[in-house]
Write a protein that binds this ligand. Structure first.
Ligand code: ADP
Ligand code: MG
Length: 337
């Protein structure tokens, strides 16, 4: 049973990045406006995420890390109108099966916070009072210690640095889509990146890409009906060179579907095609900076495609791509042919 648990867990939790993503999404689902992410030794010794959200009720803690427990949906209708990042109840349990987990939490009605120690099956083995304020802190120690092969895979210096960059980009994505969110990201006591609370998407995007790059961007909005697609965001001005990053590790393109950061290769390719055409850039080397939020009715998207939810299935993908092409054509002109 332990092995089966590990195997299924390793589909959700494949890296330090995936742990950070799951914990951050839990913090956001709990209405946090303040999140501190701290790593030690690239996350292998320690990953800690502290939030100021709703906290977990004492009665819910014993089940929170049990596989398939979720407080977020209770019917298939909820699944079709998903308002939260999480819904499968897999992350905490999966993380427990491959690390040592401490959860410290306090709700608004608790007098003080409590720190819980969890075992590999997600059960509470001990608890003690703590001094932390309202919210939840999840501490993940010795990740992958029982999966030496996985740890080995990430053991080169280059891989480590890439992972840190990926985490930073992930945090930036949530920082853009949640302007009100304050985030700090610390690795080995060094602050790697931070963002303050701002008022709107424009300010949030600027906080991520900087004022110089932002001055070369244009906002756009596009609405098409039947099927309903609403697009908004920022694209580089046709003439602007400052919006390019030449290293894929410093890539600053952000695509969201209903506020969820996603990988959408087709849309990324479209933007690159149109932009590179206009700016005569070698399309293999240039990565235009942009931010596209795609809003569709919740029933038109299936977020259950991959274990890590980084890809989504759009029921009207052609219409969405067409809408994106409309925006791109009006900005950069039509593609030849
Ligand atoms: P899911 O997010 O799919 O519900 P998880 O395994 O990620 O599943 O979390 C299980 C449950 O633990 C959540 O449904 C939620 O009730 C609780 N939880 C986890 N992290 C937090 C947090 N930071 N703040 C409040 N509740 C949390
Ligand atoms: Mg979750």
């Amino acid at each position: 049973a332990e092995t089966i648990r590990l195997v299924s867990s390793s589909q959700v939790i494949t890296s330090v990045v995936s742990v950070v993503k799951e914990l951050l999404e839990n913090s956001l689902d709990a209405n946090s406006t303040n999140v501190d992410v701290k790593l030690e030794n690239y996350g292998f010794d320690k990953i800690e995420i502290r939030d100021n959200g709703d906290g977990i009720k004492a009665a819910d803690v014993p089940v929170a890390a049990v596989k398939h427990y979720t407080s977020k949906i209770s019917s298939s209708e909820d699944l079709e109108n998903l308002a939260t990042y999480g819904f499968r109840g897999e992350a905490l349990g999966s993380i427990c099966s491959m690390s040592e987990v401490l959860i410290t939490t306090k709700t608004a009605s608790d007098d003080f916070s409590t720190q819980y120690l969890l075992d590999r099956s997600g059960h509470v083995t001990s608890q003690k009072p703590s001094h932390l304020g309202q919210g939840t802190t999840v501490t993940v120690l010795k990740l992958f210690k029982n999966l030496p092969v996985r740890k080995q895979f990430y053991s080169t210096d280059k891989k480590h640095k890439e992972e840190i960059k990926k985490i930073q980009k992930l945090l930036m994505a949530y920082g853009i889509i949640k302007p009100e969110l304050r985030i700090t990201f610390t690795h080995n006591k060094t602050v790697m990146w931070q963002k303050t609370r701002v008022s709107d998407h424009k300010m949030a995007f600027m906080a991520v890409v900087g004022t110089a790059v932002m001055s070369g961007m244009v906002p756009f909005q596009h609405h098409s009906e039947d099927p309903e697609v609403f697009l908004s965001g920022f694209l580089p001005k046709p003439s602007s060179d400052g919006c390019l990053t030449s290293h894929s590790s410093a890539e600053r393109s952000f695509i969201f579907v209903n506020n969820r950061p996603v990988h959408q290769k087709e849309i990324l390719k479209l933007v690159q095609q149109y932009y590179n055409l206009k700016s005569h850039k070698d399309s293999n080397r240039s990565h235009p900076v942009f931010f596209i939020n795609i809003a569709v009715p919740p029933s038109a998207v299936d977020v259950n495609l991959t274990p890590d939810k980084s890809q989504v299935f759009l029921h009207n993908k052609e219409s969405v791509c067409l809408a994106v092409e409309n925006v791109l054509t009006s900005l950069y002109g039509p593609l030849p042919g």
